[in-house]
Design a protein around this ligand. Structure first.
Ligand SMILES: [Ca+2]
Length: 164
């Protein structure tokens, strides 16, 4: 009888080792996948003090956004451009009260305002805004201007943050 018991316990050991290894690998896999997904609210990238001139019309922030992440932009409302339209004054990043036209990057938003662009998705920023991205790609700051570089001045962007 003792010989039989010894044989049975030995035959069980490889199965226990296999189970322990399986649990260990599962735990390692779980911790690896948790490490790759940043905690919501974590700032993934940030840029400060960027100038966007009427002549440039747009700039790449150097940041890339994944759909589902939050983009937060703060602009200086006192920094203005002259859009290049005769008999009109200067405007800040909020833009004109009228909308763009078919030649502006985003006709549905205020003319000569500050926007973001990810892929083909434009968002109105004005003096500042945050939104959850629905598109993945490089993040641009854009003036909703139909004719870049016929005016003068610059917008000033205090900060651009991409947040998990
Ligand atoms: Ca212009």
């Amino acid at each position: 009888m003792p010989a039989t018991l010894a044989t049975r316990s030995q035959s069980r050991r490889p199965a226990l080792i296999a189970l322990a290894l399986t649990l260990l690998l599962a735990a390692l896999g779980a911790s690896a996948s948790m490490a790759s997904a940043a905690t919501p609210g974590t700032v993934l990238s940030s840029r400060y003090n960027m100038q966007l001139s009427e002549c440039a019309g747009r700039i790449y922030t150097g940041q890339n956004v994944t759909a589902g992440q939050t983009v937060e932009v703060v602009a200086d409302p006192t920094r203005q451009i002259w859009a290049g339209v005769w008999f009109t004054g200067n405007n800040g990043p909020a833009g004109w009260t009228s909308l763009g036209n078919s030649q502006t990057p985003a006709p549905q938003f205020r003319a000569f305002s500050l926007l973001t662009r990810i892929g083909t998705d434009y968002r109105y920023i004005g003096n500042g805004a945050s939104f959850r991205a629905t598109t993945t790609g490089p993040l641009y700051l854009v003036i909703n201007d139909d004719v870049p570089c016929n005016g003068n001045g610059s917008f000033w962007i205090d900060s651009v943050k991409v947040i998990a």
